[in-house]
Design a protein around this ligand. Sequence first.
Ligand code: KDG
Ligand code: MG
Length: 409
Amino acid sequence: MKIVAADVIVSSPDRNFVTLKITTEDGITGLGDGTLNGRELSVASYLRDHVVPLLIGRDAHNIEDAWQFLYRSAYWRRGPVTMAAIAAVDVALWDIKAKAAGMPLYQLLGGASRTGIMAYGHASGRDLPELFDSIRAHLEQGYRSIRVQTSVPGINAVYGVAAQPAADGKRYDYEPAQRIPLPAEEDWDTRAYLRHLPGVFEAVRAEFGPELPLLHDGHHRMTPIQAAKLGKALEPYDLFWLEDCTPAENQEALRLVRHHTTTPLAIGEIFNTVWDYQTLIREQLIDYVRSAVTHTGGITAMRKLLDFAAQYQIKSGIHGPTDISPVGMAAALHLDLAIHNFGIQEYMRHGPLTNEVFRQSFTFVDGYLHPGEQPGIGVELDEEAAARFPYQPAYLPFNRLKDGTVHDW
Ligand code: KDG
Ligand code: MG
């Protein structure tokens, strides 16, 4: 089944997306997501200039070989741009193989291990009443697990708080990448955050009771000892997980955090290979793997990573913000359904324009996602609609401390 074409489509319906469409000689097409928030054109160029010429004439069926060839033949390994490009090819080839087999992708991955995929949504508020309203709204939409993010007195803009004003004048909402010429500067104060957060979780537990799974994202902003202190302070509120408590590239940091707290830890949304997890998994320093299929080399690499994690009773918590396109999201859902060590899936919902460009067949009912039964991954790209939304430059914000020092965002 020879590949005869591979097209890179960059579109910006509600935000920028990089989509790879591979076509075979018998007319089957497959889609892959290569979106890297704020650096989309680098992945598009990597694909167009360096990968597409290598794909033409290859057998679309040989997915493992294509993965190894793209990873090893570049000589320069790993990195978010490379791994997003490889992921786009990998998912498009799995889409093709499953379409050729006439099956939804999860069947080729071993079939369903569960009937639905528990998803968590993002509640947030500038104060407690706004946060409670947001949690209630999510419960009404069907969510049964909720991430809680809050403003902090003394800090103007905090990641994840939907209703705070953004620098481009729009709602900060789910999409922190803003369509402005330079990255927005936000502020940060870890001591103020550490003082404020436990009280917020105490209030949420008092209002919503002990059952509701609650999550929180620290977005890489703490030192190991600060993270340990926070994990300990949050223990009475029984979090499902504390995410990205320290900058992720220092795996050893999690040893210190782990020794001080029983709050479950999740990490990995900015990782891109299994090597970023070696210490974390072998020493059981984390509980959930947060990688995205889109940023970690696709289904082929994620399956191996999650199988490695399974040996240590570590579960999946696949990254699913709006900067993962519906194609990347669908790929994650097929994996979620098939693997044994599924934990939870992040699901933020895309905007209406995105849903016009990407026709999806996955469903969300009573807090559970399902990838659907269409052959392939179950997403089709409306190229005419995509062409109506050309690329728009957008940057993620960054943080400075009060004295002007750049800080992790
Ligand atoms: O592009 C950056 C986002 O993907 C990230 O900020 C979202 O932390 C995030 C999350 O947990 O979804
Ligand atoms: Mg996160």
